[in-house]
Design a protein around this ligand. Structure first.
Ligand SMILES: Cc1cc2nc3c(=O)[nH]c(=O)nc-3n(C[C@H](O)[C@H](O)[C@H](O)COP(=O)(O)O)c2cc1C
Ligand SMILES: CCCCCCC(=O)C(=O)O
Length: 366
């Protein structure tokens, strides 16, 4: 195996190890994948103005997220079906992530139960929640996550219906029989199979289960069900972010679901300034979708984010070498961040500010 020296190498290596259908499910975006590409390009377009002659011998990328100290401003985004990448699935991922002191956000659509993930974890966990048509199932997931020790929820708000993921239709994506939607098995919803030449099995499943009628009242309802913090994941406008805070959100996750939902939707990095402005420091702003390099963290924080969520690259590490692969992806990412901090003249995160952003990219901030 060629040595992977960056996260993109891991994607190539993962592609060689995965079935076409599983790789397609992970990698693809919706429609023409315009938003998928725009996410990465938006981070790449921004240029930085590094400060010179700053003593950067000691560098500290640690920060605090919802009261918890973490070694870098990075969490792992909630993603479904880790067992498509590796037989140990989420259990391998969570061991790697929490082993490095980072927060793992477990997906409702995990292929291990939230209880098993909690048992395998050695650190902080958040739970990503889908609010289903059947509110009893949703309520039960909230209770189970609380009982298992999760410390916050990310309520995903950008899937009233599933995006048109054409790769899944073409590849006739199915969840293998030994790969179950483990959290939903107790409610008879563990299997994703079927589909047709017009609709993927994933689409059929979400049409049956997901609730296209969710509104801001749903956020109020979720909040009424738990004392834990509730972040909103999938926000792309300043007004929605402000409204979210009015409805009690304790964090905003700027996300377009990795370009898997609305194709032609804005990239996350281009809307980050608008959202930071609307939030006015009241709650943390996290960003995902297109984060691929350590320097992207510096860019996101320079614009005002508190942290980034790392998505697909974690799955590539898992596919390549299980827990060790995820550990290596996170270590590489941390090395890149450390290198970027040193070269920007930033010994710590407090030194990152908007002055690092090159003026010709000021349109990002206006
Ligand atoms: C394979 C896969 C599964 C995902 N499953 C979920 C999920 O269950 N819940 C959710 O809120 N977001 C889910 N997402 C979206 C991620 O949380 C995150 O927003 C996205 O991966 C960020 O884009 P990036 O991976 O291109 O950086 C998923 C993304 C991928 C790639
Ligand atoms: C069976 C459909 C899974 C949708 C939920 C997982 C997810 O969010 C994704 O992007 O995929």
């Amino acid at each position: 195996m060629r040595v992977c020296v960056n996260l993109a190498d891991y994607e190539q290596a993962a592609k060689l190890r995965m079935t076409k259908s599983a790789f397609g499910y992970y990698a693809a975006g919706a429609g023409d994948e315009l938003t998928l590409r725009a996410n990465v390009e938006a981070f790449q377009r921004l240029r930085l103005r590094p400060r010179m002659l700053v003593d950067v011998t000691q560098r500290d990328p640690s920060t605090t997220l919802l009261g918890h100290r973490v070694p870098m401003p990075v969490t792992v985004a909630p993603m479904g079906f880790h067992r498509l990448a590796h037989p140990e699935g989420e259990l391998a991922t969570v061991r790697a992530v929490t082993g490095q002191g980072l927060i793992f956000v477990a997906s409702t659509m995990a292929t291990s139960t939230l209880e098993a993930i909690a048992a395998a974890a050695t650190g902080r966990l958040w739970f990503q929640l889908y609010c289903f048509r059947d509110r009893e199932i949703t309520r039960s997931l909230i209770r189970r996550a609380e009982a298992a020790g999760y410390s916050a929820f990310q309520l995903t708000v950008d899937v009233p219906v599933l995006g048109r993921r054409e790769a899944d239709i073409r590849n006739n994506f199915q969840l293998p029989e030994d790969c179950r939607v483990a959290n939903l098995e107790p409610y008879g919803l563990g299997s994703i199979r079927g589909g047709s030449d017009r609709e993927s099995s994933a689409q059929e499943y979400t049409d049956r289960l997901f609730d296209a009628s969710l509104t801001w009242e749903t956020v109020d309802w979720i909040r009424s069900q738990t004392r834990l913090p509730v972040m909103l994941k999938g926000i792309l406008r300043g007004d929605d972010a402000a409204r979210g805070i009015d409805h009690g959100a304790t964090g905003i996750v700027v996300s377009n679901h990795g370009g898997r939902q609305l194709d032609s939707g804005v990239s996350t990095f281009e809307v980050l300034p608008e959202i930071v402005q609307a939030v006015r420091g009241r709650v943390p702003v996290l960003i995902d979708s297109g984060v691929r390099r350590g320097v992207d963290v510096v860019k996101a924080l320079a614009v005002g984010a508190s942290a980034v969520q790392l998505g697909r690259p974690v799955l590539w590490g898992l596919a390549v070498d299980g827990q060790a692969g995820v550990e290596r992806v996170l270590s590489l990412f941390r090395m890149e961040l450390d290198n970027a901090l040193a070269l920007c003249g930033c010994p710590n995160l407090a030194a990152i500010g908007p002055d690092l952003i090159a003026r010709r990219f000021a349109e990002f901030l206006s």
